[in-house]
Design a protein around this ligand. Structure first.
Ligand SMILES: C[S@@+](CC[C@H](N)C(=O)[O-])C[C@H]1O[C@@H](n2cnc3c(N)ncnc32)[C@H](O)[C@@H]1O
Length: 268
């Protein structure tokens, strides 16, 4: 099978095909992704977003000492490693064995041992109310058509009152070309167009799918799963921060938000 990219664009795809593409894509691209971004993320740092917001400064998860913490879409588990050093009992989960293997390689090099479980965030293999806190930095949610399933699963495994904090691409960005330069400053598509961005092989197989939700969509999905929204953090682009990550960079960062971090808690 030829997995070379043949076409890319915005189009509807069958939910199981779009949501099922992430595992293979992240397995195939784990090495390249970490070669490009691994230094910026650090093997045991907790960076929320390309703006460089760190949990050690933002404290979005609250006091994690002694807390059981679930990371979904953890990638190479950098954030969970930082949390363990901060005194939490963190478990990193991800659908991609390739990303978790990269995490195991980080552990081997550092002499650490991070609990990691391969799991789709829509089917978490944990008992009800087994975590105090859950979070993800750009994991899982952008890659599934049914984010409500992720929220429902997280609600199930969180104790009442437990925080669920997640960072995603700021929804406003969806209206602009994914260009970090001035070409990315002119709105070119409708913010209200929910069709996913899809990459496909020559035979039409979906290799990659990324889903857009408006701010209202996020709020409805969250509240529908029983969460209360406490804050919506829109990290500004820091002065002097020159690093470009895909469509993120200082040119657009000066004018447009790039990341939205939803700080929520399970009601009850
Ligand atoms: C951009 S990375 C985020 C991880 C880490 N914070 C980072 O910045 O490298 C996205 C991660 O989401 C994972 N992912 C995609 N779909 C998922 C799903 N349905 N369930 C769990 N993880 C998923 C991918 O395998 C990938 O490791």
């Amino acid at each position: 099978m030829d997995d070379a990219l043949a076409r890319a664009g915005y189009r509807d795809v069958a939910p199981e095909e779009g949501g099922g593409a992430a595992r293979g894509w992240w397995d195939a691209n784990a090495e390249e992704y970490l070669a490009e971004h691994g230094d910026f993320l650090g093997p045991d740092d907790f960076v929320w977003c390309p703006e460089g917001l760190r949990e050690q400064d933002a404290h979005l998860l609250g006091d994690v000492r002694g807390a059981t913490v679930l990371e979904v879409g953890a990638g190479a588990a950098q954030c969970s490693r930082w949390l363990a050093a901060a005194g939490a009992r963190a478990v990193a989960t991800d659908v991609s064995g390739g990303m978790l293997a990269a995490g195991a390689a980080y552990d081997a090099r550092r002499g650490s041992s991070t609990p990691m479980v391969q799991a789709d965030a829509r089917h978490l293999p944990f008992a009800d109310t087994s975590f105090d806190v859950a979070f993800t930095a750009f994991g899982a949610l952008p890659f599934v058509p049914d984010a409500g399933r992720v929220h429902a699963e997280v609600a199930r495994v969180l104790r009442p009152g437990g925080r669920w904090v997640f960072a995603v691409t700021h929804p406003v960005r969806w209206a602009f070309p994914d260009d970090p330069g001035t070409g990315g400053l002119t709105a070119a598509r409708s913010y209200f167009d929910r069709r996913p961005y899809v990459e496909e092989a020559a035979d039409g197989r979906v290799l990659y799918a990324e889903y857009h939700r408006t701010l209202g969509d996020h709020v409805r999905e969250l509240t529908g799963a029983g969460f209360v929204l406490d804050d919506l953090v829109e990290p500004p682009w820091p002065a002097g921060h020159e690093r470009v990550w895909g469509g993120w960079g200082p040119v657009r960062g000066a004018l447009l938000p790039g990341t939205a971090v939803f700080v929520t808690r399970r009601a009850g």
